[in-house]
Structures are given as structure tokens and as C-alpha cells.
Design a protein around this ligand. Structure first.
Ligand code: FES
Length: 103
């Protein structure tokens, strides 16, 4: 399972080794500030909004149509925005860096 670095809204780095599940669940389990996962990961709250580091956007891929629908109502949306609950963590994402948008 991959190592993931989350950069919190305050600028702190939280490194999660052997992250499991998806970007939201791994963040909640490791108390990453700014990711709440209020809807439990069903793409209906956007409390897991992250910006994927530019070096990783191709590997992570773009937001799906469902995510784009949720992000439409959010502040701070950029081309590299994703909902963390929709990014499954695989070994291919080892070293991934994301910036937590928070609210
Ligand atoms: S946890 Fe609700 S949209 Fe991701």
C-alpha cells in the first residue's frame, strides 16, 4: 500500500505510510486536519476535497462527472481538484502528495 503525504490547510505535512482504502478514509483514520468525510465516502458532501500535486495528476486522473457535480458548489476548485473518497489507493500511487483544501 502506498505512502501518501497530505499537506493540511495550515501547511503541515502529514505522512501516512501504508495508506489503505481511499484518500478520504486514510486521512480520517490518521486525523488529517481538513478532511472530514461527512458522507462516508458516497460522493455527496465534498468534505474530502483535495488538490492533487501537479506531478501526480496524470496518475491519479481527473475528477469523474459525479465529483465535478459536487465540486461545482465548492470554493477553491482547480483543475487538479478531486474528492478524496473517490481516489482509491493502490501501490501505483506510492509517494502521492495532495493538498487538503478544507472549509
Ligand atoms: S467523503 Fe463525502 S464526498 Fe467524499
Amino acid at each position: 500500500m502506498p505512502k501518501v503525504t497530505y499537506i493540511t490547510p495550515a501547511g503541515d505535512e502529514v505522512v501516512v505510510e501504508n495508506a489503505e482504502g481511499n484518500l478520504m478514509t486514510a486521512a480520517v483514520e490518521n486525523q488529517v486536519t481538513g478532511i472530514d468525510g461527512d458522507c462516508g465516502g458516497v460522493c455527496s458532501c465534498a468534505t474530502c476535497h483535495v488538490h492533487v500535486d501537479p506531478a501526480w495528476t496524470d496518475k491519479v486522473g481527473p475528477a469523474t462527472e459525479a465529483e465535478q457535480g459536487m465540486l461545482e458548489f465548492e470554493d477553491g476548485v482547480e483543475d487538479n481538484s478531486r474528492l478524496g473518497c473517490q481516489v482509491k489507493l493502490t501501490s501505483e500511487l506510492d509517494g502521492l502528495v495532495v493538498r487538503v483544501v478544507g472549509r
